[in-house]
Design a protein around this ligand. Structure first.
Ligand SMILES: C[S@@+](CC[C@H](N)C(=O)[O-])C[C@H]1O[C@@H](n2cnc3c(N)ncnc32)[C@H](O)[C@@H]1O
Length: 402
């Protein structure tokens, strides 16, 4: 049951399904741990630390515990879960890239249920372009197990090609790297503007619950945000709240260091910087998901709900260049898939069975329509030491907007 009247009111207002007793007990354990962490840190932790604990604390965090998460019975549905057409289309540029490199790998970060890995491997096999090994870097031990089961069920003969790594290979490798909906799940720093200054937002424990509170000013954060405000040529209102992700740049540095040559596909919901920090987006982009409902209270039931923030793709491109990668293309998911051969693939699927045809067509619509995943999701291609004409950005390349 919700803990107090306000919580009950919010539940009714948002029409959120109630977690069951076990889920509530689970969340209470994680809340106790977060509370201890707050007390050990003089009563306040940065929001990014709260998000890290809520999502990734071993055995308790949202991605680390055994919750359903993906698919219809979970909290959200991602493109590879929605349709095999996604993986099968993505396989086309990946196969081309693998074919020009010796002993090349595919490296997937945050492989979710493992369905993208299974479908990609099957399609790469059909194209005669299997990688040397398919490496998965996954923070959650529970998800690693689930991925292994999925690959065993869907592509058992290819299971031995898959390796789960605890850390990135130390010797540089030739590889195609994929991260679908991973950047949005990296802990984000939140901030608020007050009287012309920027303050980090963090979490405290007050009156029997978690609350968001501004922390002390941080000179580096102040400088970075003042630069962004100046660069985007806007003046954010007093109280303007948003996010900046300080984890993406070091992650890209490590990805670039891992690559001798290859490419990186980053697929996620996000905007170029000028759109990310629109003056009217005054509450930021942070979203929470629970049983296919989205809402904006990340402090409720830690561990039971997904917490995500949109991606500032200008920041990603800047960090990529800093890390020695080339930004080869940036477009919407719809234009990327259409240019990579989705229409031909769909054509091959259609046959005499009307019902099956309708399902395929519906899947293509969900992946590409602007009102569904087509526009909100973007694809950015980064490369290192390879120069190839790759499909994906022929219909529209939006690098000029970064
Ligand atoms: C929203 S899920 C997406 C899962 C899957 N890629 C899909 O599209 O269905 C986010 C995934 O990113 C993983 N993740 C987040 N940060 C990561 C990191 N730094 N390295 C590897 N995986 C990460 C999470 O554990 C989780 O599996």
């Amino acid at each position: 049951m919700p803990g107090n009247f306000l919580e009950l009111y919010n539940m009714i207002k948002l029409d959120l399904p109630h977690p069951d007793d076990d889920a509530i007990k689970h969340s209470a354990k994680l809340s106790a741990l977060i509370r201890n962490r707050i007390e050990a840190n003089a009563g306040w932790i940065d929001f990014s630390e709260f998000m890290l604990l809520a999502l990734y604390e071993p055995d308790l965090g949202y991605y680390s515990a055994g919750l359903q998460k993906f698919g219809e019975s979970g909290d959200f549905i991602t493109a590879p879960e929605l349709s095999p057409l996604f993986a099968q289309t993505l396989a086309n540029p990946i196969a081309t890239t693998l074919s020009v490199m010796n002993s090349a790998f595919v490296v997937e970060f945050g492989a979710g249920s493992g369905v993208l890995a299974a479908n990609l491997l099957l399609q790469l096999e059909a194209l005669g372009a299997l990688p040397e090994k398919y490496l998965i870097i996954e923070l959650s031990a529970e998800l690693q197990q689930r991925q292994s089961q999925t690959i065993m069920q869907m592509a058992s003969h290819l299971h031995e090609r898959v390796l789960w790594l605890q850390k990135l290979p130390e010797q540089p490798i030739s590889a195609v790297v994929i991260a679908n909906e991973v950047l949005d799940a990296m802990p984000a720093t939140r901030f608020v503007k007050r009287n012309g200054k920027f303050f980090p937002l963090g979490v405290m424990f007050e009156d029997n619950g978690f609350v968001l509170r501004a922390g002390e000013q941080d000179a580096q954060l102040q400088q970075r945000l003042a630069n962004i405000e100046q660069e985007t040529d806007v003046s954010w209102c007093d109280g303007y709240t948003s996010e900046i992700n300080l984890n993406i740049a070091p992650w890209l540095q490590s990805v670039a260091a891992m690559l001798h040559e290859g490419s990186v596909y980053l697929i996620d919901y996000g905007y170029p910087r000028t759109e990310f920090y629109l003056p009217e987006r005054a509450m930021g982009t942070l979203m929470c998901y629970y049983r296919h409902r989205s809402f904006d209270d990340p402090l409720r039931y830690p561990g039971l709900q997904d917490i995500t923030a949109f991606v500032d793709f200008t920041a990603v491109a800047e960090a990529a260049v800093e890390a020695g990668l080339d930004v080869e293309g940036f477009t919407s998911q719809a234009n990327f898939l259409l240019d990579c051969g989705l229409p031909d693939l769909l054509q091959q699927k259609l046959g005499d069975n009307e019902r099956s045809n309708l399902i395929w067509i519906q899947q293509m619509k969900s992946l590409t329509l602007p009102s569904e995943m087509g526009e909100r999701f973007k694809v950015m291609l980064l490369t290192k030491n390879i120069h190839l004409a790759l499909p994906g950005f022929g219909l529209q390349d939006m690098r000029y907007r970064l």
